[in-house]
Design a protein around this ligand. Structure first.
Ligand SMILES: Cc1cc2nc3c(=O)[nH]c(=O)nc-3n(C[C@H](O)[C@H](O)[C@H](O)COP(=O)(O)OP(=O)(O)OC[C@H]3O[C@@H](n4cnc5c(N)ncnc54)[C@H](O)[C@@H]3O)c2cc1C
Length: 380
């Protein structure tokens, strides 16, 4: 890559966050998206097998997911049809976990409590003493189609996407963020940090205080499916204490241990211990004997200290915008999150539909951490 460019906005990172934002901003601003890898989406986004579970996470995250639903069901022309395929989530509990299932039932509007026999009818490999709670309005999301289309859409509106950018320095001078790599440079008044697991590293390179974002590893394994008719239509089966889940995926049975081991930002690799743990938890609820792992992989989900996304202007450095900490909800919240980020960046009102779903944008802004640390300092 060579040359100098001067866009209005530079977005760092071409995962779901960067791609969605580029697509929303490009009709209104000159956008350059820079991605360190040879392709966009090689890290977290490319490793996700995304479910739409609107009951997942804290209130502000649930609002973003609910506000995204209409987009997934009926995306604009160009996305090639719906991105959400209905697939209920079946929350399951062993006898000792029944109180947790009752708690969840009380919190889950529209949840349907099932007997053990009804539960086993939905996923016939479950042991006969497993009870279930069905969350009907969940589904599978088409991550690749969403991500790819947003990148294309951004480019159709004139955004520039630069790959393989190598190492570079960042500094702020004379009202511009200046990025200088080998044989290239660019300068923009606004820089968006959408670098996923590396978001704190980018912020530190720009001279900001990191937000203490924590990447955590999540592992997935594929095994041969049980030879049972209707397997492809099974629900997502999720342990009520969120210790593992399994589901049909690409003709195989996907098992996830729900591991959350903190990790430095890196090219994550599946850990055999996590896989063994997933299989053990699976066997505790199922009488299906696993013979072989066909494929395994891992990705990093990056969390802010309060588990919520960080979307908003930095209070510390002008022109620096955070779009990070999307944790385990960066796909199911992607349309609403991109709309919110674009509205804040373009200094336009937050779309009514987001507010109607109970979203309070300040709950996601980075300033919430500054306020918390001031409070801690005052108390000490
Ligand atoms: C196994 C797994 C299962 C998941 N399941 C779900 C689910 O069911 N539902 C759901 O909603 N979400 C799920 N997620 C979470 C979701 O995938 C993430 O929240 C989302 O993809 C994060 O997108 P991102 O753009 O923030 O990060 P990324 O996709 O990691 O993108 C960040 C990009 O920034 C680039 N980058 C880093 N540093 C630099 C730099 N200095 N310069 C230029 N580029 C840089 C990286 O190369 C990377 O491409 C899952 C994730 C995993 C791993």
């Amino acid at each position: 890559m060579t040359g100098f460019s001067q866009p209005d906005v530079v977005i760092i990172g071409g995962g779901m966050a960067g791609a969605g934002l580029a697509a929303h901003l490009a009709p209104h601003r000159r956008v350059t998206l820079i991605e360190r890898e040879a392709a966009c989406g090689l890290h977290t986004t490319g490793r996700a097998v995304a479910m739409f579970t609107p009951s997942h996470g804290a209130a502000a995250g649930r609002s973003l997911a609910k506000a995204s639903r209409a987009f997934f069901e009926a995306p604009p022309t160009g996305f090639d049809g719906p991105l959400l395929r209905p697939r209920p989530t079946l929350h399951i509990a062993r006898p000792a976990q029944r109180p947790a299932l009752s708690d969840l039932a009380a919190r889950l509007p529209g949840g349907i409590e099932l007997t053990a026999a009804e539960t086993r009818r939905l996923a016939p490999i479950l042991r006969p003493d497993i009870a279930g709670l069905l969350e009907p309005d969940a589904g599978d999301l088409d991550v690749r189609r969403l991500h790819r289309r947003w990148l294309d859409e951004a480019q159709e509106h004139g955004a520039e996407i630069r790959l393989c950018i190598g190492d570079y320095a960042i500094e702020r001078s004379r009202g511009l963020w200046r990025l200088q790599g080998e044989g290239w440079s660019l300068a923009a008044p606004v820089m968006v940090d959408a670098a996923g697991a590396w978001a704190d590293v980018v912020a530190a390179a720009a001279g900001l205080t990191p937000l203490r974002l924590e990447p955590r590893q999540r592992t997935l394994a594929l095994i041969d499916p049980p030879p049972v008719a209707g397997f492809g239509d099974w629900p997502i089966v999720k342990d009520v204490d969120d210790r593992f889940h399994f589901r049909p995926f690409a003709g195989k049975l996907l098992i996830a241990p729900a591991d959350e081991e903190p990790s430095p930002p890196c090219d994550a690799e599946a850990d055999p211990l996590d896989i063994a743990c997933a299989l053990m938890r699976f066997q505790a609820v199922s009488d299906y004997e696993i013979e072989d792992i066909r494929h395994q992989w891992a990705g990093l989900r990056t969390f802010a200290p309060d588990g919520l996304p960080v979307i908003g202007w930095s209070g510390e450095a002008s022109g620096f915008f955070w779009f990070a900490g999307l944790g385990g909800m960066g796909v199911q919240t992607a349309p609403a999150a991109a709309q919110l980020a674009a509205a804040l960046l373009l200094e336009r009102p937050v779309p009514r539909a987001l507010l109607d779903h109970g979203l309070a944008p300040a709950a996601l802004g980075p300033s919430r951490f500054a306020a918390a640390s001031l409070e801690r300092a005052a108390l000490s």
